[in-house]
Design a protein around this ligand. Structure first.
Ligand code: PLP
Length: 403
């Protein structure tokens, strides 16, 4: 029989994370002991949170918490089944109806996470020999939706165009044989770069080629557009996406996600999305939290205005200090350091100074694209923001990242 290699041998040989832990600069999986939104307690110390996607601060809002508690009292802690079977509550359907109205679509469908929303919707829609076109910086969950589709349908044509590059998109589309169906999938706001998809121009090209557009608004709804309705509103409602997807784990202060579009398309996804069919539905507390957050987003546009003012302050502040923030234009402000070691040193210095940010290296960004992802919330105080800028400036200078 010979000697068979142990499947686990790669696990025993993987020591990079343990070495980093021992040397004290491993930045991931740090447990948060208490959370107040803009402030958290880690290792017994209070820190300013500048690395969360809780953009509107609703994850700790009293009204959102209260709604979640009431839902648990009425419906319990789990739906204990798939949406297909015993896992659909009246709460799911009411939220779907309200979300569809919010984004101006006929129908919406909720999933248990944002990741599953992309996995399920994209894999349901892309069939054998269909063409899917993505921006090279699209989120991993979009790519995984395509990979699931490839696994199911074996032959899916994947094309990728350079980030936000309209000419490259045009070139990619020109190569696709006429008559074959195309779905263009885009992040509205890109999660690491903090820039915005050029939707009006992409819509024009999509129409020229008869392609459909699927827009992931995870970092856009509640964040851009005068009333927080995302990318479409940001551009003055001049260009629509055919499908709008969003997660509840960011502006909505919950967990879950939804896709919205024409009623027939949503009904199709409902019947063909495996991550919806073969996974338990969104729990009552999370539906109620997302529903309350939606109500607050609609009633309090001043939260969105405050978030947008904070974004402008931080974009300007980091630029003036001499940091490379790339093409950022939202409350996601990346500091492009482009060197793994300096990125970790920068992260550690901020961590020790009581500021929580996220170091990001490949494969989450392209090789040599290491960055510090900072992100802001409507509940940050000016004092906290000034501290973040001041400490970043001092550390950046010391490490030779800025002049
Ligand atoms: C653009 C984008 N889409 C989808 C997701 C997945 O959402 P969730 O984390 O809520 O599952 C994320 C989360 O990081 C994201 O950034």
């Amino acid at each position: 029989m010979g000697t068979r290699e142990d499947l686990f041998s790669k696990c025993y040989a993987f020591t990079a994370a343990e070495e980093a832990r021992k040397e004290g600069w491993y930045p991931y999986f740090r447990p948060i002991e208490a959370n107040r939104g803009n402030k958290v307690i880690i290792e017994g110390r209070e820190m300013i949170m500048a690395g969360s996607n809780n953009y509107l601060g609703l994850a700790f809002d009293e009204r959102v918490r209260e709604a979640a508690i009431k839902a648990v009292e009425k419906y319990g802690t789990s739906c204990s089944g798939s949406r297909f079977m015993n896992g659909t509550l009246a709460l799911h359907e009411e939220l779907e109806w309200r979300l569809a109205r919010f984004v101006g679509k006929e129908a919406a469908l909720t999933f248990t996470t944002g990741y599953q929303t992309n996995l399920g919707s994209i894999s349901a829609l892309i069939g054998r020999s269909d063409h899917v076109v993505t921006d090279k910086f699209d989120h991993a969950s979009i790519m995984d939706g395509i990979f699931l589709s490839t696994g199911l349908n074996k032959h899916v044509n994947l094309h990728r165009f350079k980030h936000n590059d309209i000419d490259d998109l045009q070139k990619v589309l020109e190569k696709i044989p006429p008559g074959e169906p195309i779905l263009i999938v885009l992040d509205g706001v890109f999660s690491m770069e903090g820039d915005i998809a050029r939707l009006p121009e992409i819509r024009k090209i999509a129409d020229q080629f008869g392609a459909r557009i699927y827009l992931d608004e995870a970092h856009a709804i509640g964040v851009i557009g005068p009333t927080g309705r995302g990318t479409v509103e940001h551009y003055g409602n001049v260009a629509q996406a055919d499908l709008i997807m969003c997660t509840f784990s960011k502006s909505f202060g919950s967990i879950g996600g939804f896709v919205a579009g024409d009623a027939a398309v949503i009904d199709y996804i409902r019947h063909f999305a495996r991550p919806l069919i073969f996974s338990a539905s969104m729990p009552p507390a999370n539906i109620a939290a997302a529903a309350k957050a939606l109500e607050i987003i609609e009633a309090e546009p001043e939260r969105i205005q405050r978030l947008q003012a904070i974004a402008q302050k931080m974009l300007r502040g980091f630029k003036e200090l001499g940091f490379d923030i790339g093409t950022a234009e939202t409350p996601i402000v990346p500091l492009h350091i482009k060197d793994n070691q300096k990125t970790f040193l920068f992260w550690k210095a901020l961590y020790e100074a009581g500021i929580y940010v996220n170091p990001v290296i490949a494969p989450a960004v392209p090789p040599n694209g290491a960055l510090i992802r900072t992100s802001y919330m409507a509940i940050h105080t000016d004092e906290e923001l000034d501290t973040i800028l001041e400490v970043s400036g001092q550390v950046g200078k010391r490490l030779g990242i800025i002049p």
